[in-house]
Design a protein around this ligand. Sequence first.
Ligand code: FAD
Length: 386
Amino acid sequence: MPSELPAKAEVVIVGGGVIGVSCAFHLAAAGVEGVVLVEQATLGSGSTAKAAGGIRASFSTPCNIEMGLHGLTAYAAFSERFDHDIDFRRDGYLYLLSEECDLAPFEAAVSLQRGYDVSVDLIGPAEAQRRAPLIVTEGLVGAVWSPDDARATPDSVVQGYAGAARRLGAVLRSGVRVTAIDTEAGEIVAVRTDTGTVRTNTVVCTAGAWSAAVGEMVGVHLPVVPVRRQVLFARPTTVPANLPSITAELPSTFYFHPEGPGLAIGFSDRSETAGFKDDYEPDSFLPALFALAARRTPALLDAAVAGGWSGHYEVTPDDHQLIGEADAPSRFLYATGFSGHGFMMAPATGEIIRDLYLGRPPPIDIIACDLRRFDNAGRRDEQVII
Ligand SMILES: Cc1cc2nc3c(=O)[nH]c(=O)nc-3n(C[C@H](O)[C@H](O)[C@H](O)COP(=O)(O)OP(=O)(O)OC[C@H]3O[C@@H](n4cnc5c(N)ncnc54)[C@H](O)[C@@H]3O)c2cc1C
């Protein structure tokens, strides 16, 4: 029998992915009593379960660089802080550039990153091949090497944050779906679920790809759509030691990274349309993937195909997350639309939501994340999407 929901909460967090559990932990750690998180399925079973676990500061906007740096610092210290291993490995991100026109934007991004003390180098094709021996260099015009970028295991992070939040008194319930949010005179008064009602004045929407529906419950338009991403799992006969955390080619977005005993391989398939598509459909995705592999990593074509999976990116119109507090109703906070970067941004997001809840300035300027940017022509498109 699932435990009963508390009748009353200070704050109800809707969605138990990595963003929701980070918010629950950071609120509880700040001494907020009565934190309740509800998850319709199981903790971390949404997009978080499908993530590669990449953590990087190699972005093209100040806000994303700062949030990525925050994630790198927090995840490097996570195992010790929570006494919970998350398989953190700092093997770097390698970007392969195959078009001249990408050189200038990447040089600009590198210069911006260096302004935040990010360690990053423009390197040549031969050096790139030394770091990722599976690639061929034909057609490469340059590469960018970010040695401090990293990877960790998302499910371990979810369990680490969830356990710590519970020890601090937060209530986290799985198998509970939010069906409505009641308001009176512009204020939230209750969250209704399929297993009971919780009285509260504050809601944090961390519902990932499902966030638009949660926003609609209070008349807030959260422009987040699900877009399917498919990933192939391959078992080459040998995987070179010390491959980068992620190797990605642009503009094709073809990427690969070590995953258990093999490699995960994918790309951003621009023929995917928005919508919930839960199936892994190799026939619709492998021909294009193999064409990219044939050009950049021909050795991988001989690797045994050992399966694959699909998940959803939770995408906004400018590939930049939404973090803030709605104008109305009062105390409706949102942290969603991470557009493929939510795992690495979860530590920073938990701190930001904690500070918005407590009414104090967050550690990072989040003006670029505010929902109102779409009303004010203030969108800031992220360029480095993989
Ligand atoms: C193939 C793939 C690779 C990725 N690789 C990376 C990577 O390398 N690095 C990185 O940083 N990010 C990566 N991402 C993106 C990352 O997975 C997401 O940005 C992140 O997991 C978002 O976390 P979330 O908590 O917002 O969403 P989710 O994990 O989807 O959690 C939202 C939760 O809300 C719940 N929910 C929704 N509606 C309701 C409701 N009404 N009531 C109760 N619960 C509800 C859902 O069940 C879900 O569990 C990748 C994603 C994919 C698909």
